[in-house]
Each structure stands twice: as C-alpha cells, then as structure tokens.
Design a protein around this ligand. Sequence first.
Ligand code: AVJ
Length: 329
Amino acid sequence: MSMRPSVALAVEHRPGVDREFLGDVVRGLTNLPKTLDPRWLYDDLGSSLFEAICRLPWYRITRAEMALLARHAPAIAEGLGPAPAIIELGPGSGEKLACIVAAVVERRGRPDVHLVDVSGQALQMARQTLGTFPGVEPVLHEQSYERGLERAVAATQAGRRVVAFLGSNLGNFDPPDAVVLLQSIARVLSAGDQLLLGLDLVKPDRDLLLAYADPLGVTAAFNLNLLQRINRELGGSFDLRRFEHEARWNHDASRVEMHLASRARQDVRIVSADLVVAFERGETIWTESSYKFEAGDVPLMGERAGFAVRQQWVDRDAGFALTLLDRLE
Ligand code: AVJ
C-alpha cells in the first residue's frame, strides 16, 4: 500500500491529464523568470487563433512565404527530380507544401509526401489539403520533429529527399538549440538530400511589435489562451483579465519575446500540480521567443550543421527568406 496522502494519489491518477504538459508547467512556473514552452500554445483553440494571426495584415510571414513558394516552386521542383520524397516538419494547413507538390505533379512527377507534427488535428488538415492531388497519399507521423523525421527518412530513398521546415518555426529555438536541431536533421539525411528553410528577417522594431502585439488583440488571445488551457486541463485558477499580453523586441538577442504580465500581486492555484504560484505585480511568464535573422545568417547556420546553400529567395519588403540547402557529403 502506498503511504502517500490521498490528495497526492488523486493528483497522480487524474485521468486525461497530459503528464508532459503538467511536468512542463510545474517546471516553468517554478522557474525564475517564469516560463512556459511555446509548443503548448497550440491546442484546438490556439491553433485556430494562430491561423487567424496568419491572416492579420501586420503578421506577414505566412503570406510572404506563400508568395515566394508559389513563385519559385518550379525551380524547387526542377532540382528535386521526378520522384522526390517531400517531408514537412509542422505542416500547418498543408497549403505551403501544396505549392511544391503541385509543381512536382505538373512536371509529371510523383512525390512521396511525409508530414510530421505532434498534433493529430493539424496532420488531418494537411492530409486533406495534400490529398487532393491525384496519386498523392500523405504519410502522417504524429510525433516530435526528430522522431517523425527518422521514421520518414527510413521510409524513403537517399538523395531524393527534401525536408521542409517553414514558417520561421526554427525561430522558436534558442540559437544553440536551433543548430542542434539542424544537425539532427543533417544526421538522418544523406548526401544529395535537401533542406528548405523559411525564416523571418530582422525588420524595423515598429513592424516587429505590430506583428506580435496586433491592434485586434488576436495575438494577445493566442498568448492568454495558454492560461485558459492550464485552467481547463490542469485545474488552474488563472483569471485571464489579471494578465496582460506583452511583446518585446530584444535587440541584443535578435528576438521578439512574448510575455504574460501579471497586472497585480496574486496567487494562482493549479490543482493537478498541487501547486500555488505567486506573482508579483508586473512579473511575467515568458511564453515564446521568435528569433529574427539576417539573410546572410542562414548559410552560416547551415554550414555549422553540414548543409551548403543552393539557392536563396528573399522578399525584402516583407523581410522573409526562403533558403534551399544541400546536405553535404
Ligand atoms: C509559428 C512559431 C513561427 O513565432 O512567429 C505568431 C508563432 N507567435 N505570433 C512566430 C507566433 C506569435 C510563430 N511561429
């Protein structure tokens, strides 16, 4: 028999609680500064809010990348040959990859499509979009980037693969982690395989802050929804009106930071974690970093991971770069 108190037992056996989420929330909120991992922003509502962000006039990443892809998909397809394996990490709606798939199909090619995402819902959406091409049956990998990529690589042929990592998703990783992630991509790939990387570029502070603190408050809702998710899934008692969305441009680190600032001194209970978190007035939870790059950073980052740039397309006006890299011998 366990000697633990019944409260703790109830906590540990609470059904439907995501242990990883719980562990991460406990770790993050007992940290100083308080942090939460951005991957938890994407529950059903969070994913919908992100889709809405992509339509905001102030958030140009998605449209800029779509336009670059639409324009240069033929060149990308040309370099891929007739039977490429296209593997996307974090496909979202699948519309971006559809540009490349369309270009391959137009050239009478037959791509193998592999989609990697931790969200089954996102995968289903992308499957629908990409399944409209005759003969294309996307293979879904509901796993972390690393695990899913390994599976996708094992199922495809060396020298024909292109890994798409778009939407400036790499920008969520601190620079050392970003290089480690690129290295882990390089490690599973073979010479002749390629990497297609979409990254947001440094732009005037005003534009960056408008993109991450939009006047419609959609980004604020996206950020605050994380507290709502903790309330719903972990029995949290966050009063969302007592927290405020904040976007900061950290010039030295070249990143936009999202924070949730406490409007008052307050205590918040999280039942599933058996935890009370104390907030000072103005204290923040740091929920996301979005690093911004110079176009010239990409070759350097690529080299450190074993890639060389084959081609780069830059939208100077929107400040976005799409880079195609070769996995070196
Ligand atoms: C999907 C991670 C690339 O960092 O720009 C949008 C998420 N955060 N608005 C980004 C996000 C606030 C987005 N990424």
